[in-house]
Design a protein around this ligand. Structure first.
Ligand code: SUG
Length: 421
């Protein structure tokens, strides 16, 4: 079977909530303290997966990680806290975060055509900049080693050391003439010193490239613009996305846009770079609408489609730019809006919710691949077990903890994934 691009979406976990934990993520900050709707959130995510399967694409699924996380609660001495202390409550909220749903931050993936040993390499992201995300990687790597257990085709690496922050595929893009051809891997890092943290460190990106055995001639290390980070682009995938020969980017995404485009064109002469100017869509509108946090997909017809959040479709500046693009003769031929509002309110659009893996589906543990019957099964588990609503003040409630733990156990049981219990 040929190697193809697959998208592995993280199922929204039963503890999905708005605790405002992510400094520099404007959506997370602006929805802090609101009630969340885990059941509706997970159903929205499954509907997106079904939508993309309906386009004729291979879809995968990752299970939520254990929450509240007993390892973090023990390690930080949070099993009995002073409820009057907001700092302790905030730390406890970290252990409840369902942030592993954003699988674009699970790992960086280099497909087999790019690597020295001809295997697909995955390095789990350490996510050290945000405490609530730094707890993810040991459980993430466990899941990756199960899904990609075939060591003839995959190598799964532990996260790079915590001295260098790594946010995974959200700060990595791959360009190529076709998914199964050797690619140009673009690593985007930030420089510290701005109003918000720069989460991706250049040395983490360089370490990942070495671990994956990439050819230095087919890698670019690109500085993200400080302006973009300060405006709320806490990951590069908030302002740029690539697929095959196309890079779709806001003009203020990179510190040196013209130099970046020139370097890409030198290494990949077939590259088509679609730049959205700030005069058409401001950085603020791009970040609020999540236009670029889109899935740019090659459809079975060969044309490219852009799966965007409804928020982007509804924003007048973005809509008029998209209408113009569709009327032109550009490489992106379809725009496909989806509703992931519950995730969006925490800063997670369609692209955050998926990890792209280019490989032969037959080499992947089938329990992680989705079809219509499995989507229906997961929907039934969610409908039966996911809490309908969580108020951030409920975090810490033993009854809620019990129902969240039971919900995940029901899912693992339904998917026959007892190894992850
Ligand atoms: O890391 N939000 C996530 C959103 C991740 C989006 N991923 C990509 N851009 N690929 C983050 O900031 C919010 C959690 C809270 O506030 O409770 C959160 O973690």
């Amino acid at each position: 079977m040929p190697i193809v691009e697959m998208n592995f979406d993280g199922l929204v976990g039963p503890s999905h909530n708005y605790a405002g934990l992510s400094l520099g993520n404007l959506a997370s900050a602006s929805h802090a303290g609101e009630a969340s709707y885990p059941r509706a959130a997970a159903l929205q995510g499954i509907a997106k997966m079904r939508h993309n399967m309906g386009l004729g694409l291979v879809q995968g699924l990752f299970a939520p990680l254990p929450r509240p996380n007993p390892v973090l609660l023990d390690a930080l001495g949070l099993n009995a806290i002073d409820e009057a202390d907001p700092a302790q409550r905030r730390l406890r909220a970290a252990a409840w975060s369902a942030s592993s749903m954003w699988t674009a931050n699970a790992a960086t993936v280099s497909p087999a055509p790019d690597t020295a040993d001809g295997r697909c390499h995955l390095t789990a992201a350490n996510l050290v900049t945000m405490p609530h995300r730094s707890q993810e990687w040991p459980d993430t790597v466990r899941q990756l080693r199960l899904a990609f257990a075939d060591t003839a085709h995959f190598a799964v690496h532990d996260a790079v050391p915590a001295c260098f922050g790594d946010e995974g595929a959200a700060n990595h893009m791959r360009m190529c003439v076709a998914h199964d051809a050797p690619g140009l891997e673009l690593f985007v890092y930030g420089k510290t010193g701005g109003a918000f943290p720069a989460r991706q460190h250049e040395q983490a990106s360089r370490a990942v490239a070495r671990l994956h055995g990439l050819d230095p001639a087919r890698c670019l290390f690109i500085e993200q613009s400080g302006e973009a980070i300060a405006a709320g682009a806490f990951h590069n995938d908030v302002v740029a996305v690539a697929n095959e020969r196309v890079l779709f980017t806001h003009e203020q995404a990179f510190a040196d846009p013209e130099g970046t485009y020139a370097a890409i064109r030198t290494k990949l002469p077939q590259a088509e770079i679609v730049v959205v100017p700030a005069s058409a869509v401001s950085l603020a509108d791009a970040i609020q609408s999540y236009l670029f946090n889109a899935q740019l997909l090659t459809l079975p017809t060969g044309e490219m489609g852009l799966v965007i959040p409804l928020e982007a479709w509804e924003m007048p500046s973005v809509r008029s730019w998209l209408d113009g693009m569709l009327a032109s003769n550009g490489p992106i031929r379809r725009v496909l809006p989806v509703d992931v509002r519950q995730s969006m309110a925490n800063g997670g659009g369609p692209a955050c919710l998926r990890l792209r893996v280019v490989a032969d589906p037959a080499t992947i543990d089938p329990r992680f691949l989705l079809d219509e019957a499995k989507a229906a099964l997961v929907e039934r588990v969610v409908a039966a077990h996911w809490p309908e609503q969580i108020d951030p003040a409920d975090l810490g409630s033993p009854a809620l903890a019990e129902s969240v733990i039971t919900a995940r156990a029901a899912l693992l049981n339904a998917l026959n994934l007892g190894e992850l219990s």
